[in-house]
Design a protein around this ligand. Structure first.
Ligand code: AMP
Ligand code: ZN
Length: 114
């Protein structure tokens, strides 16, 4: 999608600090980090929200989640803990409509979230 911010990051039209990429998945640092590490893990293919996933996407969603765990391990906080979040639509505060898994780590966090 030409006007999608994350599609533009994936195609390198907009700069971001990319920390991982492969054929299906890209991960880059959040511009407004909520912890010492805050990475967004996205599929290369544009999908607006979790509501738009189909059965064909199950493998890709698994890759997003497992990539978060691998990045947490490489950052050194897999044992101490981390937060992984998909925000969906208005009530969750989704602002970019290209699905992204937030990986936040490096500090202790509270539950429930605000
Ligand atoms: P969400 O509220 O779940 O839709 O999250 C969108 C995230 O994208 C927020 O955490 C923003 O800080 C982040 N963000 C917005 N613009 C950029 C950008 N240009 N590069 C990296 N992250 C961004
Ligand atoms: Zn997109």
């Amino acid at each position: 999608m030409a006007q999608c911010l994350f599609c533009q990051i994936i195609s390198r039209e907009i700069n971001a600090t990319i920390v991982y990429e492969d054929e299906r998945v890209v991960a880059f640092n959040d511009i407004n980090p909520q912890g010492p590490t805050h990475v967004l893990i996205v599929p290369r293919r544009h999908i607006a929200t979790l509501n738009d996933l189909s059965e064909d996407d199950d493998q890709m969603v698994g890759e997003l989640v497992r990539r978060a765990a691998l990045l947490a391990k490489s950052k050194g906080f897999s044992a101490s803990g981390y937060r992984t979040v998909f925000n969906t639509n208005r009530d969750a505060g989704q602002t970019v409509f290209h699905i992204h898994l937030h990986l936040i780590g490096g500090r202790s966090m509270h539950w429930p979230p605000g």
